[in-house]
Design a protein around this ligand. Sequence first.
Ligand code: F6R
Ligand code: MG
Ligand code: MG
Length: 365
Amino acid sequence: MRTTLSIIKADIGSIGGHIKPSRQLLERTREFVINSGKGLIDDIYVSHTGDDIALLFSHQKGTGNEDVHKLAWDAFLEGTKVAKEQGLYGAGQDLLKDAFSGNVKGMGPAVAEMEIEERPNEPFLFFAADKTDPGAYNLPLYLAFSDPMFCPGLMLSPKMGKGFTFHIMDVEYTEGDRIIELNTPEDIYDIASLLRDNEKFVIESIYSRENGEIAVSVSTSRLHNIAGKYTGKDDPVSLVRVQGNFPATGEVLSPYSIGHYVAGFMRGSHIGPLMPVKINSPVSYFDGPPIVTCHAFCVHNCKFTEPADTFDHPFWDYVRDKISRKALELREQGFSGAAMLPYSELEYGGIVERLERLDKLFKVR
Ligand code: F6R
Ligand code: MG
Ligand code: MG
């Protein structure tokens, strides 16, 4: 069976700052999708990660389908009505355009989709991150799909030895999708050379070289590039198929124990460690730290099982403690050097004006 998995997510308003959406907003959005999606979608699962709400659809319409995207857009408009009624902060924040024009890509919401031939049992992971950008997935995906230190299946499984093809996007290019395709294992130094720059080069998708099947899809939108000014961080979602020809669930999760430093955190302008948290978690300290949730599902005949919350386990409590320490250690140096993003990535225009004013006051001795 050909099944399409689509995640479409947006920040359309939250309680008490950029913390989490209200229950009523989530419920109304979900009801809207269920009522208006009859005959179009096969299943829907709604969750939130920090202040972002994500709609996970299964359907048979293929990727980039206008009707599915319109359903998500209209659901976010409906949710925004609740946000306004309740006086939530940042109501409709990520809906950057006034009218729907065929596809939500480029309109504010983040999208990750894949069309697959369902295996008899089809396990997959759905990641959602808040207070960071799509480059946050670069390192964990690189390690899970190319490094036997994290993915022993690359050595042990006969089904993964041929490696994977990485599609990497230059997200600074705004005229279209500028993509390079590179293969593991032979191109890993090239892949690493690109992926070190998380703000410019982002993994868009990964394919198995064993059978050409898609393994990974990541949302690559950068609100920074769409709106030309700060409108919130990009807060990326991704889909990862697991087991069999793909890494095992635990191999895909293992790099999240690092708590690697990513862009985002307070005002989208800092560096902080990415913390794996339980599903439907809010953010807190310094509007962060940057967080990531992971739902594990099986999809069968286009219907989802109930999810398993992969980061809800005592092991990850220990990791979260370590990551809290990493966050505090970097926060000790406030705005200085590596703690804050470089000028080109600062998300607020105020500092640009400030530096322009100061520039005029310089005198050459
Ligand atoms: C970061 C984020 C928050 C806000 C901060 C200020 O992605 O959402 O850190 O940037 O709370 O928010 P505003 O500018 O809405 O007052
Ligand atoms: Mg957010
Ligand atoms: Mg937000």
